[in-house]
Design a protein around this ligand. Structure first.
Ligand code: PEP
Ligand code: MG
Length: 590
């Protein structure tokens, strides 16, 4: 093996294939002056590059339309328009006339425009900075004669491992599962949106590799182990065989767990726990229902928006929600309203913000855009006619937000009634508790909502001030930190006092040890990745709620996350033994 990169295990599975390196970054441009008599040719060279870039974008657009659909592919239209912008082209020409080489002339203009857009007062215009960056990269690549490739160029059947710095929306819409079998990125973490998307697509992924794109040449073959978080470059045959054996062992462990999928999750001392599934895409609904989940504890709805250029209409949304509701045939399905912003962004028209995780995100955006929000609420109310739908609001920090949302929900009911459309008016309304503010003041929501769901991905991020998407901070993202455990206990106590159901739907619930801790903290509903349903049921059936509660009490009092983990693990192993699949990472940690 030439080299092993260790990153974040973001989506499980082991694959072997050629590396497909995608350097999607603005290249460095050397300052180069041209002679007066070369100016005319240089302008022609620049226009040829613009023509080639447009041609290329049309090709990428057409291919993305086949793999991702017309709406998603529209992301490239905005970029073609930029290349048609006469003012921009004239500025570059003027620089060339002042003896700048075409690449430098273009680079200077783009840098200035990107800065202007990034600082623009109007959010819609600020967003255009992303498209400008894509265009900047594409045209410079052509002018500098650098290798030019896009994910759509990977031929079907290539079974390639895509290695790139980060998966931007414009790269994501190009992913073709017949060509790409795994994803490795320098940036990102287990809870960043790319990871969630990879899991939804069933693509093994390792993120947070930091410098893989600069160290690889693209001619390598690699093993990508999304379960352990490893990218092993140029493995020998015996090494590949060893990974294949591990993959087989994982499959066997999964097969052994399968019998628990249909088992009732009851602890040895008779406490009934409910295990729900998280669903990120409607296409996952049937598999999630087969996983043994007793309902859906979190259906994310950002798939309707992320990477797309237009908002989905009411019918499209209704069909997507109804599919999940029907797959679960009368079992509860908690659908979360749009959590746009942070790391989940539409392709166009969304502001780029200096602090997106503290910005115009989730319920804040929905309340400021009531017409857009009501389209979703009407679709949810209509889906409610087909089963047990519950509506959940993300990133709530105050009761005012819940009350405003309820007013809009009432209006949405009136609009549907006027139209004579079938719907259910009395859908339960709940909130995600995913900020320290909502956790500490959880009791203030009590009378206005029907349930709480703890979003530990964000709760950990905001409590510890650790960006969930920053690969340099992975070891500091510690859900067992005493502050986090105490907040979770506060939320569980507030729910109990208010007579509300409370669940955990963050990734923490999918980890064996942490699921044990959560049950110990009093949680009785866990919503986990579909792949983890059987595993978490297995854990529930092997422990006592009393033992878990004693372990959790100790953990809450432990001074550090590491000490909390040590104590919990001791009791966990005493109850369940030390089988490798109970150590986390497999199958659902991701
Ligand atoms: C969370 O924050 O824990 C959560 C479940 O929501 P998301 O990961 O979509 O932000
Ligand atoms: Mg969240």
């Amino acid at each position: 093996m030439d080299r092993t990169f260790v990153g974040v295990p973001a989506s499980p599975g082991i694959v072997v294939g050629p590396v497909r390196l995608l350097r999607w970054e603005v290249p460095d441009v050397r300052h180069r002056i041209i002679q007066d008599d070369a100016i005319v040719d240089e302008i022609a060279r620049f226009h040829a590059a613009i023509g080639a870039a447009k041609e290329r974008l049309r090709h990428v657009r057409a291919r993305a339309e086949q793999t991702a659909g017309a709406e998603e592919a529209a992301i490239f239209d905005a970029q073609i328009l930029i290349l048609d912008d006469e003012m921009l082209l004239a500025e570059v020409e003027s620089n060339i006339r002042q003896n700048y080489a075409a690449e430098k002339a273009f680079d200077l203009v783009m840098l200035e425009h990107r800065q202007q857009f990034a600082r623009h007062a109007q959010p819609m215009l600020r967003e255009r900075a992303n498209d400008l960056t894509d265009v900047h990269i594409r045209v410079l690549t052509l002018l500098l004669g650098l290798p030019d490739h896009d994910p759509v160029d990977v031929p079907k059947g290539a079974n390639a491992i895509l290695v790139t710095h980060d998966l931007t929306p414009s790269l994501t819409v190009q992913l073709d599962r017949d060509a790409i079998i795994g994803i490795a990125t320098d940036a990102g973490t287990r809870t960043s949106h790319v990871a969630i998307l990879a899991r939804s697509l069933g693509l093994p992924a390792v993120l947070g590799l930091r410098d893989a794109t600069t160290r690889l040449t693209g001619s390598e073959r690699a093993v990508l182990d999304g379960t352990a978080g490893v990218l092993a470059v140029n493995p020998t045959e015996p090494e590949v065989e060893a990974y294949r054996r591990r993959a087989r062992r994982e499959a066997e462990a999964q097969a052994q767990l399968r019998e628990f999928a249909t088992a009732e999750p009851v602890t040895l001392d008779g406490v009934r726990v409910r295990i729900y599934a998280n669903v990120d895409l409607p296409e996952e609904a049937e598999a999630a229902a087969r996983s043994g989940a007793e309902g859906v504890g979190l259906m994310r709805t950002e798939f309707l928006i992320v990477g797309r250029a237009t908002m989905p209409d009411e019918d499209e949304q209704y069909r997507a929600y109804r599919r999940v509701v029907e797959a679960f045939g009368g079992r509860p399905v908690v659908i979360r309203t749009f959590d746009i912003g942070g790391d989940k962004l539409p392709a166009v028209g969304y502001p780029s913000e200096p602090n997106p995780f503290l910005g115009w995100r989730a319920i804040r955006m929905c309340l400021d855009e009531p017409e857009l929000f009501k389209v979703q609420l009407r679709a949810l109310l209509r889906a409610g006619a087909h089963g047990d739908v519950r509506i959940m609001l993300p990133l709530v920090v105050s009761l005012d937000e819940v009350r405003q949302a309820r007013t809009l929900l009432t209006e949405a009911c009136e609009e549907l009634a006027e139209r004579g459309a079938p719907f259910r008016a009395d859908l339960p309304l709940g909130v995600m508790i995913e900020t320290p503010a909502a956790a500490v003041a959880a009791d203030s929501f009590g009378r206005d909502v029907s349930f709480f769901s703890i979003g530990t991905n964000d709760l950990v991020q905001y409590t510890l001030a650790v960006d969930r998407g920053n690969a340099n901070l992975t070891s500091r993202f510690t859900p067992l930190h005493p502050a986090v455990l105490r907040l979770i206990r506060t939320i569980a106590d507030a729910a109990r006092a208010g007579g509300l159901e409370v669940s955990v739907c963050g990734e923490m619930a999918s980890d064996p040890l942490m699921a044990f801790a959560l049950i110990g903290l009093g949680l009785r509903v866990l919503s986990v990745a579909p792949r983890s349903v059987a595993l978490v049921k297995r854990i529930v059936r092997g422990i006592t709620a009393d033992g878990a509660s004693q372990a959790a009490l100790e953990a809450v009092d432990a001074p550090t996350a590491a000490m909390a983990e040590q104590g919990l693990r001791r009791r966990f192993v005493a109850a369940l033994g030390d089988a490798p699949f109970l150590r986390g990472g497999l199958p659902g940690l991701a």
